[in-house]
Ligand binder design. Structure first.
Ligand code: 1GP
Length: 249
């Protein structure tokens, strides 16, 4: 089975990247059109699509609107195996390596495997690491896993190293959607120093300053969902803040 690795190469090009996370339950189709247009104008690197519990079913329509108005690759960030529309450009195949729930580590992947094998989009094996952030989030409840405590940098480091050694191609450290506190900068920095694969950071980032700090600490990709849902025009400043680190001084 051979697949292309265009997205993998894009994740690994050393430039700081910004991705809005689109939860289809939070937007109407016309709002999605507006977000897609803003994403194109802002120059986002990827559009992440998904959420831990998605009730909307019309994924193909949503993704076709995103792709019509925005040229950035649409990457699925699925909460379960029922949310894998084939029209996307890529899929984060998440193994929840901070947890000890076998279903989230490998069980659901086994169920989805025959379908995934036939999909044409690029599959990005991703070590998904949840970090405690001040209060329980949808993802910790839905995944029935305990996040890594916010101050336990060594556990996060060793989990990320183990993920890389297992052959995973991306690490996504997430404080969870709507997190009270984003992943702490020292933890991002230490994890970045200990792995060679790209590091995605999300959860609770609300401002351009926080996005820039996360990227400066070592995030290769900064993901923001909730703050954009509340104020879509934030896409521009968040994207600019992260991209500003790519400019040579
Ligand atoms: C959630 O990392 C994403 O899985 C984004 O989080 O919605 O808090 O920005 P927010």
């Amino acid at each position: 089975m051979s697949r292309n690795s265009v997205l993998r190469e894009r994740f690994s090009d050393g430039k700081k990247k910004f991705a809005p996370l689109i939860d289809p339950d939070k937007f109407s189709l016309s709002e999605i059109r507006g977000i897609a247009k803003s994403s194109e104008k802002a120059g986002v690197d990827f559009v992440f699509y998904g959420g831990s519990l998605v009730m909307e079913n019309n994924h193909r329509k949503y993704i076709s609107v995103l792709k019509e108005y925005c040229s950035a690759p649409v990457i699925l960030f699925p909460g379960n195996q029922f949310m894998i529309p084939e029209d996307a450009d890529g899929l984060l195949l998440l193994s929840l390596i901070s947890g000890r729930n076998a279903e989230m580590l490998i069980g659901r992947h086994v169920v989805a495997a025959p379908f995934l094998k036939t999909c044409r989009f690029e599959i990005l094996p991703t070590g998904y690491i949840l970090i405690e952030n001040g209060h329980p989030t949808a993802v910790s409840y839905m995944s029935n896993t305990t996040p890594i405590p916010a101050g336990q940098d060594d556990i996060a480091i060793c989990t990320a190293i183990a993920g890389e050694l297992l052959g995973l191609q991306l690490i996504y450290m997430d404080a969870g959607s709507g997190a009270e506190n984003p992943v702490r900068l020292p933890m991002i920095k230490k994890v970045r120093q200990n792995i060679t694969i790209p590091l995605i950071i999300g959860g609770g980032i609300r401002t351009a300053k926080q996005a820039k700090e996360a990227a400066g600490a070592g995030a290769d990709v900064v993901v923001v969902g909730n703050a954009i849902e509340k104020k879509p025009s934030l896409i521009f400043e968040l994207c600019d803040a992260v991209h500003s680190l790519n400019k040579k001084s």
